[in-house]
Design a protein around this ligand. Structure first.
Ligand SMILES: C[S@@+](CC[C@H](N)C(=O)[O-])C[C@H]1O[C@@H](n2cnc3c(N)ncnc32)[C@H](O)[C@@H]1O
Length: 259
């Protein structure tokens, strides 16, 4: 992680990184059923707070202080009951030891895909396994690599620009984001640069910032092998947050338990 990565600017991240459709409802329902949850890479609390609002006691771990501070600020405007149910810690999902186990551990919204190296992926899954109760479940959401999109990324030159989105930020001002993607198929990884630009009501550019991140992609059988290597057994693989079957190019939503 560097100073110009996307997580150094949580207010920009929150503007356009709104998750996968249905993920908040899915994780909130699971959290309510399991009552106690450990969320890894909790970011600014997009999933953490709704899980606590649903009645679960939630422990969130996040690497970036800036993201964690943003989550803590959001938590301040929750009711005292919700505030009491949330504990936030700065930590690394590859090496944490909370000294307790949880009936539910979750890694929403592709956070696991920030772990580029196999040794980091294994370290994370082993930590997850050690923090699960005997009947506990680990739920991880990844995107399924879409071969058409990957192939197109190899064909176009790396400077091809895609509009990510545009948000009205009040007083007629707008933030617009564009991205470029550079793929490295040998490492099953791509790097994206997002350019955020803020415009005044009269169209003048007020500022512009570039932010980067890298993601690793995982085939479904690679994940099955990783889980097995780390002492975890697959219970189910869903293809969407409404229980859709797994389909190429959609979501991978894994539910696994201790083997
Ligand atoms: C895509 S965001 C997801 C944030 C949040 N879970 C959500 O759904 O909005 C990925 C998060 O993973 C965090 N992260 C990346 N590597 C991490 C690590 N090794 N340990 C803990 N958090 C990490 C980033 O700082 C970022 O907040």
């Amino acid at each position: 992680m560097t100073e110009n990565d996307i997580y150094a600017a949580p207010e920009l991240y929150d503007l356009l990184s709104t998750g996968v459709p249905g993920d908040v409802e899915y994780f909130s329902k699971l959290a309510k059923q399991h009552k106690r949850v450990l969320e890894l890479a909790c970011g600014t609390g997009r999933i953490t707070l709704p899980m606590a609002q649903a009645g679960a006691k939630v422990t969130g771990i996040e690497l970036r202080e800036s993201m964690l501070d943003a989550a803590a600020r959001k938590l301040e405007s929750e009711t005292p009951a919700v505030q009491k149910r949330v504990d936030l810690y700065q930590g690394d999902m590859r090496s944490f030891d909370l000294g307790k186990t949880y009936p539910l551990v979750v890694i929403p919204f592709r956070a696991f895909q920030h772990l580029i190296d196999v040794k980091d992926q294994r370290a994370c899954l082993e930590c997850c396994r050690d923090h699960l109760t005997r009947q506990g479940r680990l739920v991880i959401n990844l995107f399924d690599p879409n071969l058409r999109i990957l192939a197109a990324n190899l064909e176009v030159n790396a400077t091809a620009v895609r509009k990510v989105g545009e948000v009205d930020v009040g007083d007629g001002e707008r933030v617009v984001a564009y991205s470029t993607r550079t793929s490295c198929p040998e490492e099953q990884r791509f790097e994206e640069e997002w350019i955020y630009e803020r415009f005044a009501a009269d169209g003048r550019s007020l500022w512009r910032q570039a932010r980067k991140f890298s993601l690793r992609w995982f085939g479904r059988y690679e994940m099955e092998h990783l889980f097995e290597l780390c002492g975890l057994e697959v219970e189910k693989l869903e293809g969407g947050f409404k229980g859709q079957p797994y389909q190429h190019g959609g979501e991978q939503i894994w539910t696994v338990k201790k083997a």
